[in-house]
Design a binder for this molecule. Structure first.
Ligand code: HEM
Ligand code: SF4
Ligand code: SF4
Length: 525
C-alpha cells in the first residue's frame, strides 16, 4: 500500500553512504554516529580551537622579534600543558576542515542542497574560504621557516589581484624588509577579525534551519576531545627553525588541510590558483540549480479546520509557517500561513495539527494544514479500503518514509506498508485509527535513524508525540504493545523484516486496542 505518488527515493550514492554509515551506527549507536553530527562537530572543533587559542594568546608575543620564541616557550617550557594545548589547537583546526569537507559532501550526496535548501548550501560556500584563510593566517603567527614560506606564497597570491598599489611580496624579500606592522595586522585578523566573521557566517548559514543541532552529544564531544588529546600526545606539534628570509628554507612539514594550495601554486602560478578556486566555488555554488530536484507541491492551510493553535508553526523544521492575524472572521486570534518559498513538503505540519484525525465524521476529510498530494482524506481512504477488503485482521501496518528504510520491501503476508513523505506526517490519531477502526493487529513506524531524519525533525517529533511529550500526544488508550518503532537507514530492510516478524509474533499476547497501554518497544540503529 503506498500513496500512489512518484517517490523521491534516495539515489545509489545516498544508499551506498547509508550502508557505510550503518556500520558506524552499529559501532557507536545511531545517536552518536559522528556522521549524523558533522556540522555540530565542526562547530565543536572551532570551540576547542577558540579556547586553546585564547590560552596560547596569553603567552604569545605579538611582535615579529618575539613571536617564534614565545611559541617555543609555550611548547617546551610549560611542562606538558603548553605543548598539549598548542597541538590541540592545531589538530582541532585540522579536524574542522575534514569535518567541513565531509559535511558538505554528505549534504550533496543526500541531495540536501537542492530546492529550498539552496540557502544553507550557498551560505556554506563562504565558510570554506573563511576557514581556510583562518588556518593560513594562523601559520604566520609562529614566524618559523614554514610561516615565512606561507607568508611569501600568500603575498604572491594576493599580489596577483589588482588590489594593492605596493606589492605585498616586497615585504618578504629579506629579513630587513619584513614589516612588523603587517605581521601585527595578520595577528589581529587571526585573533579577532576572522573569529567574528566565522561566527557571523555560521549564524547566517543556519538562519533557515530551525532548531539546528549545533552541539554534538556529550559522548561524542568527550570521544573527540580524547582522540585529539591522544593525537597531540603521540605526535606533538613543533615549530621549524626561526624564519630567515635570507636563507633557503630546509624541508618543510606542510599541513595539507590548510596549506595544500601553496605547493600547487609553486608548480603552477597564482593565476591558476585563483582560476581554479573561483571556478570551483562557482561550480559548487551553482549545484542546487545544475542538479535540481523536482519540487513537490507545498503545504496548504485549510482555514475552516485551523484554530490558530500554532503547533504546526512550532514543529515546522524550516520555519515555513507564520502565525498571522485571522482573516476569515472566525473567533480565533491567529491562523497559519505557509511561506511557499521555505516549504520542503515534508508534511510534518499535518502530523502536528490537532484537526488531523481520521476519526472525524467528515467526507471528504479535511484538516488544518496538509500536502495537496498526500491528504488526510487519502490517508483515511487507504486505511478504510484495507479494512473493507479484509486485508487487516491479524496483520500489521508499517508506516515508512521516502528517505529511510524502504518499507515496501518488507511487505509480507502479515505486513502491509504505507509510505509517507516523512513519518512526522503521521498524526497520533492515525495510529489509533489504524488499530481501532481499520482493525490492524499492530502498527509499526519505520523512520530515519536517530538524529538523521532527512527532514531533520520528523523522527524526533514522532517519538515525542508517541511519548506524549509533544502535542498532539498519542492517546493513552492506544495499547503500546501494539506499537513498534524502528529508526534506520536505507539498506536495513532485512533487519527491519526480522524485527517486524518478532513484533508480529508477540502480538498474540498483547492487549486489545481498547485496553490502556504499557511500555513502547523502541529499536533500530
Ligand atoms: C564552518 C563550516 C560549517 C559549519 C560549522 C556548518 C554547520 C552546520 C549545521 C550545524 C547545520 C545544521 C544541521 C542540522 O541541524 O540538521 C548545517 C546545515 C547545512 N549545511 Fe552546514 N556547516 C558548515 C559549512 C557548510 C558548507 C561548506 C556547506 C555546503 C556548501 C554546508 C551545507 C549545509 C546544508 C545544505 C545544510 C542544511 C541541511 C538541511 O537543510 O537539513 N555547510 N550546517
Ligand atoms: S510541509 Fe514541512 S516545511 Fe512545509 S510547512 Fe509543513 S512542516 Fe513546514
Ligand atoms: S496546527 Fe492546525 S490548527 Fe494549529 S495553527 Fe496549524 S493548521 Fe491551524
Amino acid at each position: 500500500m503506498s500513496s500512489g505518488q512518484v517517490r523521491p527515493r534516495p539515489a545509489w550514492p545516498a544508499r551506498a553512504l547509508a550502508r557505510g554509515e550503518s556500520l558506524l551506527s552499529n559501532a557507536f549507536g545511531a545517536a552518536t554516529n559522528p556522521f549524523h553530527h558533522l556540522g555540530a562537530l565542526a562547530i565543536y572543533c572551532f570551540y576547542i580551537a577558540l579556547v586553546t587559542g585564547i590560552y596560547l594568546f596569553v603567552f604569545y608575543s605579538t611582535n615579529l622579534e618575539g613571536a617564534w620564541h614565545s611559541v617555543e616557550a609555550i611548547t617546551h617550557e610549560q611542562w606538558v600543558i603548553g605543548g598539549l594545548i598548542r597541538s590541540l589547537h592545531r589538530y582541532s583546526s585540522d579536524a574542522a576542515v575534514l569535518l567541513l569537507a565531509l559535511h558538505m559532501l554528505r549534504e550533496l550526496v543526500r541531495m540536501r542542497h537542492t530546492g529550498v535548501r539552496w540557502f544553507s548550501w550557498l551560505t556554506g560556500m563562504p565558510l570554506i574560504w573563511i576557514v581556510l584563510i583562518f588556518g593560513i593566517s594562523g601559520y604566520w603567527m609562529v614566524w618559523d621557516q614554514l610561516a615565512a614560506w606561507v607568508a611569501t606564497a600568500s603575498a604572491q597570491l594576493l599580489d596577483w589581484l589588482p588590489i594593492f598599489s605596493d606589492p605585498m611580496g616586497s615585504n618578504f624579500v629579506s629579513n630587513e624588509t619584513v614589516s612588523g606592522r603587517l605581521f601585527t595586522l595578520i595577528g589581529f585578523i587571526h585573533l579577532v577579525g576572522l573569529p567574528i566573521v566565522l561566527v557571523l557566517g555560521i549564524w547566517f548559514h543556519l538562519l533557515r534551519v530551525r532548531y539546528p543541532r549545533i552541539h554534538p552529544p556529550s559522548k561524542l564531544m568527550l570521544g573527540s576531545l580524547a582522540s585529539l588529546m591522544v593525537l597531540s600526545l603521540i605526535i606533538p606539534v613543533t615549530s621549524h627553525a626561526p624564519a630567515d628570509l635570507d636563507a633557503v628554507p630546509g624541508v618543510l612539514a606542510i599541513d595539507w588541510f590548510y596549506l595544500a594550495v601553496f605547493p600547487l601554486q609553486s608548480v603552477t602560478s597564482p593565476g591558476t590558483i585563483w582560476l581554479a578556486g573561483t571556478t570551483g566555488t562557482l561550480l559548487l555554488a551553482a549545484l542546487p540549480w545544475i542538479l535540481p530536484r523536482r519540487r513537490q507541491p507545498v503545504a496548504e492551510v485549510h482555514l475552516p479546520d485551523c484554530t490558530g493553535c500554532g503547533f504546526c508553526a512550532e514543529d515546522c523544521p524550516y520555519g515555513a509557517i507564520d502565525m498571522v492575524p485571522r482573516t476569515d472572521g472566525r473567533n480565533f486570534e491567529l491562523e497559519a500561513k505557509v511561506n511557499a518559498s521555505l516549504c520542503v513538503s515534508c508534511g510534518i505540519c499535518t502530523g502536528s495539527c490537532p484537526s488531523s484525525s481520521p476519526f472525524r465524521q467528515r467526507a471528504p476529510l479535511t484538516t488544518g494544514i496538509e500536502l495537496p498530494h498526500f491528504t488526510m482524506d487519502d490517508f483515511r481512504t487507504e486505511l478504510d479500503r484495507a479494512r473493507d477488503t479484509g486485508q487487516t485482521g491479524e496483520r500489521i501496518l508499517v508506516f515508512g518514509c521516502d528517505h529511510g528504510v524502504d518499507v515496501e520491501k518488507t511487505e509480507t503476508g502479515t505486513a502491509h506498508s504505507m509510505v509517507l513523505p516523512c513519518v512526522g506526517l503521521l498524526p497520533p490519531a492515525g495510529i489509533d485509527y489504524a488499530l481501532r477502526n481499520s482493525g490492524y493487529a499492530g502498527v509499526a513506524i519505520a523512520g530515519c535513524a536517530d538524529c538523521d531524519c532527512h527532514h531533520r525533525l520528523g523522527e524526533r517529533w514522532t517519538q515525542e508525540r508517541i511519548d506524549r511529550e509533544r502535542p498532539p500526544g498519542l492517546r493513552k488508550r492506544v495499547p503500546r504493545e501494539r506499537l513498534f518503532t524502528y529508526w534506520g537507514k536505507p539498506g536495513q530492510e532485512k533487519a527491519l523484516s526480522r524485527r517486524l516478524a518478532g513484533f508480529a509474533a508477540g502480538l498474540d499476547q498483547a492487549a486489545t486496542p481498547e485496553a490502556p497501554g504499557s511500555a513502547l518497544r523502541r529499536t533500530g540503529t
